[in-house]
Design a protein around this ligand. Structure first.
Ligand SMILES: [Zn+2]
Length: 67
C-alpha cells in the first residue's frame, strides 16, 4: 500500500515486493510472484502472462501521435 506492492501476473494477487519476493526478469521488466509455484508457471509460459503488460509498455503512437 506504500508503493512497494506489485501484482502477481499469474494469479492476480497483490503482494508486497520485499527482498525475499519471488521475481523474474522478462524482456526488461521485473515480475513479482506470490510463490515459487507462480514463478514456475510464468517461467514456463511467460507470454501467456506477460503479454498484456508488455503491450502496455510498448511505445506505440510514435507514428500515430498520442492516443
Ligand atoms: Zn501468485
Amino acid at each position: 500500500m506504500e508503493g512497494n506492492v506489485d501484482k502477481d501476473p499469474v494469479c492476480g494477487m497483490t503482494m508486497s515486493r520485499g527482498e525475499d519476493a519471488e521475481r523474474t526478469d522478462y524482456q526488461g521488466r521485473t515480475y513479482y510472484f506470490c510463490s515459487p509455484e507462480c514463478k514456475a508457471r510464468f517461467d514456463k509460459d511467460p507470454l501467456q502472462y506477460a503479454v498484456r503488460r508488455i503491450s502496455e509498455a510498448e511505445p506505440r503512437g510514435t507514428l500515430n501521435g498520442p492516443r
